[in-house]
Structure formats: structure tokens, C-alpha cells
Design a protein around this ligand. Structure first.
Ligand code: GLN
Length: 267
């Protein structure tokens, strides 16, 4: 390789790195600094951006709100750590966590054995599964009716994993989309006959956004949602998250947050 070629390759590589970082958008919100205690580290936390009621854009303020945002803020305040949040979306968030560009991730992320190979999780802070969705007037009433059809899922999610696990048995093909709104649009628009999404999220969408979708069947793979770090990194962040979660569960803040977003918590 000539010097010029090598320099060009290096430049391309560094541009790609910059590209990945800026792909995360510029909606950083810093937490109000608590009084300067702690080590002074500002943790970089990544999150989904279209996963109501866990994280979604409040159009009136331009800020991301939701259960995950409030829980993280309450825990950080309780534990006295600082963070900045980047609602870069599910796919980008996973990429940034894996590459070490983010310290932690909160995104309605299900704790699974497979993910435990790559991430360390906090204690669960919510429990829920995935469910099938079809257009409001669809005749599809069971997995059997999916024969020969296409089914929309969001990349790298438990919905995608579940749909893929039964695709052969029921004779359908999965189509992968980047985010939840794209999955809903594919189903309401008739591009795909059905989709899968987290139950709490799709219930919220149907109730609050009036999406022309209905749920079919039962929830699958009911699992806890957890806060994640890259395996082996930032163990203190997991400890603080767990300690703070226990405190906000004990002092009623957790219940207030869940009630604020209309989430039913069993038990
Ligand atoms: N709970 C699902 C999962 O972890 C979906 C998360 C999401 O789409 N933000 O796979």
C-alpha cells in the first residue's frame, strides 16, 4: 500500500468512527448536577428513541421522556452519579454499548441468557413479553394464519428472536426493520401481514396513539427488563443502579413513575 492509500484508508476509518458517534443524534440532556459529589465521572447512557412509554420524544419540549428516563433520573439522584443520555435508538444504542462508546444502556431491554454473554445486567425493573400484532381489520387470528405471509420485526429484539424461532413451523418469513415505528407502519400499511412487539409498548401505542392495530394471542417469553453495561465494564454503575432501584422501589418513586405512564405492575 502506498503512503497516500494508507492515509486515505486511515482517514476513511476515522470518518467512519465519527460517523457512528454522530449517528446517535444531538439530543443529549445532562442531568442537573447533584452537588458535585462522587468521582465526577459523567456516564454516557444510550437509549431507544421510539419505544413509548419507556422512551419517546415529547414533541412539545423536544426532550425524551418515559419510564426508563424517569427511573434512570431518580436512581442517579438517589445515588449521586451524573450521566448524559443519548436517545440514539435501539440499534445504535446496542452498537455503542458493544463498542464501548457508551457506559450503559436503558431501552426496555430484556434480560436474556444470550445477552448475558455480552452484557452485565442490573436487577429487573419491569417484566413483560412480546405479542403478535395485525392490522385492525385483519382476519389473521392465530400463528397458523401466517402461512405464506411476511411478519415485521425490529432488528435484534426479542420479538425478532421469537418470530424467527417459529417462522419455519408456521411457514412465514420475517422482515426486519430498524425501529418500532417502521414495524407498526409495515403492518398498518399492509406491507406485512403481522408483526411482533413488546406487549407494554404496543398496548400503549394502541391506546394513546390510536394505531390501527390489534393484538393476537398471548405474550411470549415474559422476561425482566434490565439496565445493561458491556460485560465486565462499569461494575459500579450496575451496583449503583441496583441500590438506587431498591431505594426508589421502597420510597414509592418507582410506583409513581409507573402510574404516571399508565403501566400496570403485577405483584
Ligand atoms: N424488550 C425487547 C428486547 O429487549 C425490545 C427492546 C426494544 O425494542 N427497545 O429485545
Amino acid at each position: 500500500m502506498t503512503f497516500a492509500k494508507r492515509a486515505a484508508a486511515l482517514l476513511t476509518a476515522s470518518l467512519m468512527i465519527v460517523g457512528t458517534m454522530t449517528a446517535c443524534g444531538n439530543n443529549n440532556q445532562e442531568t442537573p448536577s447533584s452537588s458535585g459529589e462522587g468521582e465526577g465521572k459523567v456516564y454516557k447512557i444510550v437509549a431507544d428513541n421510539a419505544f413509548a412509554p419507556f422512551e419517546f420524544l415529547d414533541e412539545s419540549t423536544g426532550e425524551y421522556i418515559g419510564v426508563d428516563m424517569d427511573i434512570l433520573a431518580a436512581i442517579a439522584e438517589d445515588q449521586g452519579f451524573q450521566y448524559e443520555i443519548d436517545n440514539c435508538g435501539w440499534d445504535a444504542a446496542i452498537g455503542n454499548l458493544q463498542s464501548g462508546q457508551a457506559d450503559g444502556m436503558i431501552a426496555g431491554m430484556s434480560i436474556t441468557d444470550e445477552r448475558k454473554e455480552s452484557y452485565d445486567f442490573s436487577e429487573g425493573y419491569y417484566t413483560g413479553g412480546q405479542i403478535m400484532i395485525v392490522k385492525g381489520d385483519s382476519d389473521i387470528a392465530s400463528y397458523e394464519d401466517l402461512e405464506g405471509k411476511t411478519v415485521a420485526v425490529k432488528t435484534g429484539t426479542q420479538s425478532a428472536a421469537f418470530a424467527e424461532s417459529i417462522a419455519e413451523e408456521y411457514g412465514f418469513t420475517t422482515v426486519t426493520y430498524k425501529d418500532s415505528p417502521a414495524v407498526y407502519a409495515a403492518v398498518t400499511g399492509g406491507t406485512d401481514a403481522a408483526g411482533f412487539e413488546d406487549y407494554a409498548v404496543i398496548s400503549y401505542q394502541i391506546q394513546n396513539q390510536g394505531l390501527d392495530l390489534k393484538m393476537i394471542g398471548d405474550q411470549q417469553n415474559i422476561t425482566s427488563y434490565g439496565f445493561a453495561v458491556k460485560k465486565g465494564s462499569n461494575p459500579e454503575l450496575i451496583e449503583m443502579f441496583n441500590a438506587g432501584l431498591a431505594n426508589i422501589q421502597a420510597n414509592g418513586t418507582y410506583d409513581e413513575i409507573m402510574a404516571k405512564y399508565g403501566i400496570e405492575v403485577e405483584g
